[in-house]
Design a binder for this molecule. Sequence first.
Ligand SMILES: Cc1cc2nc3c(=O)[nH]c(=O)nc-3n(C[C@H](O)[C@H](O)[C@H](O)COP(=O)(O)OP(=O)(O)OC[C@H]3O[C@@H](n4cnc5c(N)ncnc54)[C@H](O)[C@@H]3O)c2cc1C
Length: 483
Amino acid sequence: MSALHFDLVVIGAGSGGFGAAFAAARLGVKTLLVEKSDWLGGNATRCGVNTWETGVGGTGVPFDLYKRLKKIPQAVGIYTINRHICWADPADGPGFPGAELLIDPTKRYLDTLRQFGAPEDYGERVFRQTHWHGVPFEPAIYAAEMERMLAENGCCTVWRETAFTHVDGSDRRIRSLTLSNGETVTADFFIDATADILVAQAAGCATSLGREPRSLYDEPSAPREPTNQLNGATLIYRVTPTDRPGIEPLPDDIPQKCWWNDRFPGASCNQYPNGDFNINSLPTMPGREVVELGYKAAYAECLRRIKAHWHHTQTVFPEFQAYRMTWVAPGLGVREGPRLLGRHVLTEHDLDAGLTGQSHDDIITIADHCKDTHGADVHHRDRNLKQPYGVPFRCLLPREIDNLAVACRGASLSSIAASSCRLSRTMMQLGQAAGTGVALAKTSGVSSLADVPSRNLRACLAAQHVELTWPRSPELIAHLQAE
Ligand SMILES: Cc1cc2nc3c(=O)[nH]c(=O)nc-3n(C[C@H](O)[C@H](O)[C@H](O)COP(=O)(O)OP(=O)(O)OC[C@H]3O[C@@H](n4cnc5c(N)ncnc54)[C@H](O)[C@@H]3O)c2cc1C
């Protein structure tokens, strides 16, 4: 059987893979998008992470998707933080188990595009309530809309329930991929968006896992010795109002005190557009334990833990007795895994320097999420950022392969940089840059993605309303106001 040929094959249809395939197909690149599961959206849908966290930079493909979702009833909203465990006031009653994020109809997309700042200038509560507005969505509608967008101009083929299994290559190029449906596909370019960078690993690219020692990049928050600490994992669940209030019983085999010895983790309780709540315990399990147990056993264990978490929440915070657990994400939310060692490694120095201190000429997206490690006992210096930083295109490019880009949380980031950079919209922007880079390589006849001129790539991204500089330009603000 002869291999099917595409201009571009993207493996993995999470945030990065969707951004890549959509951006490339929109520019006329004949694209195949291959997804292992039966859902598009990856972590943002199957793992229940139904919120784009606050932050600069998500002005390209994420805004295109948001505008479409906004036209669909109960598909998307914008939150404001209402109560927070850290702002507990005895007058509020028993308090709240974490952060309460409520849909706020007065907010607009533009309000969701800033996280950095100096809380000390305002007081943390005022700062967050003023500036932190994320974008919660209904995962099934989000996944369906992604599929519609990809189908739009006929340039993108999507294969769901198909996994990448094998890579063949020579002379610094991937030649073909073998897939679980028995097909072998060839392409001029490939994008690895599998989160765990399975294609890059199979192609022999250098990777890293865990926290780098201070000696490697001289990062101020890095430990002296390398560690196998990984950002924590969370099994997300959904609760729905009920007209029969009560505490859901704890299954016999789950201890009351549970694994946290009654010190249950706080949770982000995020309102869905239909009024249900998404419960994201921070975290359910340390990332290292997931690796030690293996994915299947870790999922089963996290399932027991969230039953205990929910029982505890209903017991201590009686307002939750008016809800029932109605859904558990079929995928475990894993925040950190292996990462590429690419042509540039983004480090804490980039985060601390910010755009005014960085000298890269190939920045393809900007971000400002804090250094954010859940449950890994890590203390970052200057956790909140003072200004946005940029991610260079070289962070997507392996040193060893010329026709491959990595556009997912496994891009070339140090562990500390990854804790900030990993947000869904930022991943979609990495994808948009990778897909656009492939389109430019095709039109200019360039065979190595590293040879795509940065100036052309940035100009093309800017024309797609991707935010590359700060402060935000009046033109971009006007574009974003027309939602
Ligand atoms: C619990 C948790 C909470 C988070 N909270 C937030 C938040 O509130 N806001 C925010 O913005 N970000 C949040 N994040 C971060 C963000 O959601 C993720 O980092 C981001 O979605 C990752 O996108 P990705 O494209 O890198 O990977 P993914 O979304 O994981 O996509 C990878 C895709 O590749 C597919 N795949 C894997 N192997 C194969 C294969 N062999 N063949 C084919 N396909 C394959 C997978 O099925 C998946 O669809 C959170 C993350 C976690 C885990």
